[in-house]
Structure formats: structure tokens, C-alpha cells
Design a protein around this ligand. Structure first.
Ligand SMILES: Nc1ncnc2c1ncn2[C@@H]1O[C@H](COP(=O)(O)OP(=O)(O)OP(=O)(O)O)[C@@H](O)[C@H]1O
Ligand SMILES: [Mg+2]
Length: 446
């Protein structure tokens, strides 16, 4: 009997490094079979600042996940924080020969033309994600192949990463004995893991509230339409508390998680905390007062998200139908209530969905990116054969995949989203490039 393939997400965050191992079933569904989380080391705002410490932390995270899964990991999909990426949407055009149907080659040409934008030489393209197509002015076409027309247009969202930070990330992963199967924008991965079917039909803003940054992704009918990064995250809230209460960061983090709230109205009105400062003095602060320190920071983050979307797409309440908050920072009490107030839209907390297996472990918003990376790997047809734990030699480094033109995989009926895997049973090395396999797989959408 053939072993299933595995897909591995490695989320290198500012506060934690998480590895998620997913087993891709014959039907394309993904079961989480391994997870390992360790505190992040050597990372600042999504960028490596200490190669050795980051490498070591990656090793520990992957080893912990391997122990749970009982498999060896060789290749991983790695998250890239928006803090060192640039994103832009570019328009591509292809003329169609008279009396001819639109072919895949025409679609490729339109995408290629959209991609042909001058980029800073220090940037590497991470994603070039085709959105909907326009044929002779007719908008909203998912797959134009076979249609008739003379003019094919497409908008492509291009995400490019700064070469230096990407090289550092790749180096740490390689030093840890692994190869990078692909880089994936953190907020894109978070959206892949959390959006439900109705959200995939409209426009939704995904706000990934991390430790060092808040990453924003706007999905329009399941496609990434805009992405941005706000350089403030949950750790800034902790730092504010540490400074105001004059206590160490670790203590401030505990206070925030236990008693903090983004809205003073939600704080326990009867609770007063006795704080002992680093200098040994004690003072009291009510939970209400605590929240009055926290609220402006979260409000600032939301205002910056609003400004970003306003500038790129227009007033958020007009362009989007809802907001999905995810990432560890969304666990702070009152984040969704405050977001509802600020965005004047429906808001919910996005938890990973559409996977089976260890859902109790990876079911929180802090795991959205890691699970999304795994789903991305499965849906782009990049699963790798599952080597059982043994002294199997590490596979030769396979080339990183080229840009994958992949819309958000359609969610299936609850409770699981079978990620539409391209022939998941087919091991890599079938002679087709990842580009070809992804295209084959997504032919119904692109
Ligand atoms: N229960 C909780 N209540 C409040 N805040 C929390 C809770 N759990 C985690 N956080 C906050 O979430 C943040 C970490 O979120 P997450 O794990 O998504 O970040 P990360 O991925 O490591 O960082 P980044 O995405 O910025 O690189 C921290 O600021 C932490 O304080
Ligand atoms: Mg993160």
C-alpha cells in the first residue's frame, strides 16, 4: 500500500516558531499529524537577526513535530512576514486571435505581461497570484479558457520579498537540515486556513495579529487582492504594560493574557491587581485601568489597517463585507468587539479550519499561519512522500517552486476542507514542474 504524502508548514514568527506536519489523504484532505512549537529565537519583526539561534529554534520546532508524527521532514513551506515584502497589483493584457478560443497559452501570456513590471533588483517574487479575468470588458471570469473574445485581461497580485531577509531565512532552514519548498506570505497562509465558504464568495479582510507585526490580506472572491504589513503587534501592548506598570516583560505578558482586554467595558469591574515593580514598590491597578492602557494600542493598529485599505482600495466598510482577526494577538479579550466598532463590519476570530487530525492542538488562531502553509503545500500539489522516522538520509535539496498561480482553494462542506490537491498520490519527480502541476490542478479556477 502506498504511503500518503506529507505537507509541512514552518511558521517562523517573532514570538514562536511552529511546525505543522499534515498528511495528505488520497482524497486530498489534510490531517494534521505533527506539531511542534518553540519560543522564537533570533527573529525581530519577522526578520532573522541571529542566524545560529534561529537555526537552533527551527531544529527544535521541527524535531518536536517529527516526534509526534513519527515521520522525517525534509522540505518545508516557510512563512514570510509582510515586514520585508512589497506588494503590488499589476494589470496584464493578451490579444486573442480572431475566431479562436482563449487557450491556456493566452492566459499565461496575460499573466506574464502582468508580471513584467520593473521591480527593485533586491526583491524576489514570492507570489504572482492571478485574480479574476476580464474578457472583452466582461468582468468576474474565473477561467477564461475556451471562451471567445479578442481581449483578455487579468489583475495579478505580486508579492516580492527583500532578497537579504529571504536569503537569511533560507540559510537558517538549510542549516537546520531542511530545504525550502516555497516561501508563502504569512497573511495569505492565515487566510487560506481560516476563511469559510461564504467569505470566499465576497471580500474579506484578514488581519493577522502577531507579536511583532500585524499583517493584512484582502481576499476578493477567494483571491488575494491586497496585502500589507503594519509594524505593530501584540508585543507592543506587552511593552506598553511593562513600561507603565514598571514590571518585566514576561510579567507584563502574563498580566495582559490573564487580565487584559481591548475594551475597558469588558474588563472585570471588581478586579484590582497588586503590582510589585522591578524596584520592589507595590501599587494597585484595576482591570479597568489596565484596559485603558491597552485599548489605544489596539485601536492604533486598527486605524492603521483602515488607512492602509482606504488608500489602496477605498473605504473599508464599502469594499469589504467582513473582517477576520487571527494570530495570537486576536486572543486578547475584546479585540473583535473593538474591531467591530472601528471597522463597522462583521468581525470574527479566524481559527484554522478544513483540516482533520490534531485539531485540538492546532485549532487556535495562533496556528492559522502554520496550518495555512500546510494547506498551501497540499493545494499546490507539492506534497512529499512520507518518510517514516528512521535514519533516512536527507533528500537532495530540491529546487524551490516557481511562482504558483493559485487562487484560494475552495472550501468544501464543513467540517473539513478537502484541499484540492493536484494528484496528491503522485510523488514529485513526475517530470512536471510545480508550475504545470499547479496549473493543471487549478484549471477550473484560473
Ligand atoms: N491568550 C492571549 N491573550 C492575549 N494575547 C495573546 C494571547 N496569546 C498570545 N497572545 C499574543 O499574541 C502575540 C503572538 O502572536 P503570534 O503567535 O501569532 O505571533 P508570531 O507569529 O510569533 O509573530 P509575528 O506574526 O508578528 O511574526 C503576542 O504578542 C502574544 O502576547
Ligand atoms: Mg505570525
Amino acid at each position: 500500500m502506498r504511503d500518503n504524502l506529507i505537507t509541512v508548514g514552518l511558521d517562523i514568527g517573532t514570538t514562536k516558531i511552529t511546525t505543522v506536519i499534515g498528511e495528505i489523504g488520497a482524497d486530498g484532505t489534510v490531517d494534521i499529524i505533527g506539531e511542534g512549537t518553540v519560543p522564537s529565537e533570533g527573529i525581530k519583526r519577522g526578520a532573522v537577526v541571529n542566524l545560529e539561534r534561529t537555526t537552533q529554534a527551527i531544529r527544535h520546532s521541527v524535531a518536536a513535530a517529527e516526534r509526534v508524527a513519527g515521520v522525517r521532514v525534509h522540505e518545508v513551506f516557510v512563512s514570510v512576514s509582510g515586514s520585508h515584502t512589497r506588494a503590488l497589483t499589476s494589470h496584464g493584457l493578451a490579444a486573442i486571435r480572431r475566431h479562436q478560443e482563449i487557450s491556456q497559452a493566452d492566459v499565461d501570456r496575460a499573466i506574464e505581461n502582468a508580471r513584467a513590471v520593473p521591480l527593485d533588483p533586491n526583491l524576489e517574487v514570492i507570489h504572482a497570484l492571478a485574480q479574476e479575468y476580464v474578457v472583452d470588458g466582461q468582468e468576474g471570469i474565473k477561467n477564461p479558457v475556451g471562451m471567445h473574445g479578442v481581449r483578455l485581461e487579468v489583475d495579478v497580485h505580486i508579492v516580492a520579498g527583500a532578497a537579504g531577509p529571504l536569503a537569511n531565512l533560507r540559510r537558517c532552514v538549510q542549516e537546520a537540515g531542511l530545504s525550502v519548498r516555497g516561501f508563502v506570505l504569512e497573511s495569505y497562509a492565515a487566510g487560506l486556513a481560516t476563511l469559510d465558504m461564504t467569505e470566499q464568495d465576497g471580500t474579506v479582510v484578514v488581519v493577522d495579529m502577531g507579536g511583532g507585526t500585524t499583517d493584512v490580506a484582502v481576499f476578493k472572491r477567494g483571491n488575494l487582492a491586497h496585502s500589507a504589513c503594519i509594524p505593530i503587534g501584540g508585543d507592543h501592548v506587552t511593552a506598553d504594560l511593562a513600561q507603565i506598570l514598571k514590571i518585566p516583560t514576561e510579567e507584563a505578558e502574563n498580566v495582559k493574557r490573564k487580565y487584559g482586554a481591548a475594551l475597558p467595558e469588558l474588563a472585570d469591574p471588581d478586579l484590582t491587581l497588586e503590582i510589585t515593580t522591578a524596584g520592589g514598590q507595590t501599587h494597585a491597578i484595576s482591570a479597568f485601568e489596565l484596559s485603558r492602557v491597552i485599548k489605544p494600542r489596539i485601536a492604533e493598529i486598527y486605524n492603521l489597517v483602515r488607512d492602509e485599505i482606504d488608500a489602496a482600495l477605498g473605504p473599508v466598510e464599502l469594499v469589504a463585507g467582513s473582517v477576520v482577526l487571527t494570530g495570537g494577538g486576536s486572543l486578547l479579550r475584546g479585540t473583535s468587539e473593538l474591531a467591530r466598532e472601528r471597522f463597522r463590519l462583521a468581525v470574527r476570530i479566524g481559527r484554522p479550519r478544513g483540516v482533520g487530525g490534531l485539531t485540538d492542538i492546532v485549532g487556535g488562531p495562533g496556528h492559522a499561519t502554520a496550518v495555512g502553509l500546510g494547506l498551501y503545500g497540499a493545494s499546490s500539489g507539492s506534497g512529499t512522500p512520507m518518510p517514516r522516522t528512521s535514519k533516512a538520509p536527507v533528500e537532495a535539496t530540491s529546487p524551490e517552486p516557481d511562482v504558483v498561480v493559485a487562487p484560494l482553494p475552495k472550501a468544501a462542506e464543513e467540517p473539513r476542507t478537502p484541499p484540492p490537491a493536484a494528484e496528491p498520490s503522485k510523488p514529485k519527480g513526475d517530470g512536471k514542474s510545480i508550475w504545470e502541476r499547479a496549473r493543471e490542478f487549478f484549471k477550473d479556477w484560473i
